[in-house]
Design a protein around this ligand. Structure first.
Ligand SMILES: CC(C)(COP(=O)(O)OP(=O)(O)OC[C@H]1O[C@@H](n2cnc3c(N)ncnc32)[C@H](O)[C@@H]1OP(=O)(O)O)[C@@H](O)C(=O)NCCC(=O)NCCS
Length: 197
């Protein structure tokens, strides 16, 4: 059974494992907890002592809200959880004049069924460095960058403790640098849709 709650109060980071699937730099569970606490509205789907889905909104509390993040863990997808999270969130912000989000084309029908409609072009900017030093490391023979920095702290890193992922000539973490260069991670990085992040 899935429980839905509209607060992150009492939530611990260890209940937030497994999210941000496919991101080249996955926010840590601690960062995830922080962003939930920093959002004006959250809805969490919980079962078995862990969170399996979440959605956030950031609102000025007067006329507008933006919905930046919605995710359901892969093994829980396709059961209506994403729809229910959105339904409950929209109820929370339903009194506001404008509620906006940006999404990929495949998600448009789902959002239309929830009462959203296409607006004008969405604009945005992605500063990947803002996600911090964590680098998604999927390689088996990574090399250290010129500055030796950017030690991989991700639980998902398969290279073991102390691994230092490759950095670009300017010290930029691989998640960005690998896009234009051959590296041990290049095949894995190509599988990710980096344009979305
Ligand atoms: C999109 C997502 C939240 C849907 O969660 P879910 O619990 O599987 O959603 P539901 O079971 O309520 O299904 C809702 C609809 O979303 C569709 N959907 C499921 N996975 C999807 C995906 N990866 N991309 C787009 N749509 C998806 C379903 O087909 C369903 O549409 P339908 O009613 O026409 O069949 C989930 O797939 C996810 O976390 N994806 C990765 C993160 C993401 O894309 N977030 C949304 C950014 S806009």
């Amino acid at each position: 059974m899935i429980d839905y709650v509209i607060s992150a109060e009492g939530l611990e980071a260890d209940e937030l494992e497994g999210f941000f699937v496919g991101w080249p730099r996955r926010p840590s569970a601690e960062q995830h907890l922080e962003l939930l606490r920093g959002s004006s509205h959250v809805v969490l789907a919980r079962t078995g002592g862990r969170v399996v889905g979440f959605v956030t909104a950031i609102s000025d509390g007067v006329i507008s809200a933006y919905i930046p993040l919605l995710e359901v863990l892969p093994e829980f997808q396709g059961r209506g959880i994403g729809t229910e999270l959105m339904r409950r969130l929209l109820r929370e912000v339903g009194h506001l004049y404008m509620v906006d989000l940006s999404c990929d084309e495949a998600s448009v029908p789902s959002y239309e069924r929830l009462g959203l409609q296409r607006l004008d072009a969405a604009m945005g900017r992605r500063n990947r460095a803002a996600l911090g030093p964590n680098v998604t490391c999927l390689g088996s023979d990574p090399r250290t960058g010129p500055d030796g920095a950017n030690a991989c702290k991700l639980a998902s890193c398969r290279c073991g403790p102390g691994h230092v992922p490759e950095t670009g000539p300017d010290g930029t973490p691989l998640g960005v640098w690998a896009l234009g260069h051959v590296s041990c991670l290049a095949p894995a990085m190509r599988l990710l849709d980096l344009s979305r992040l």
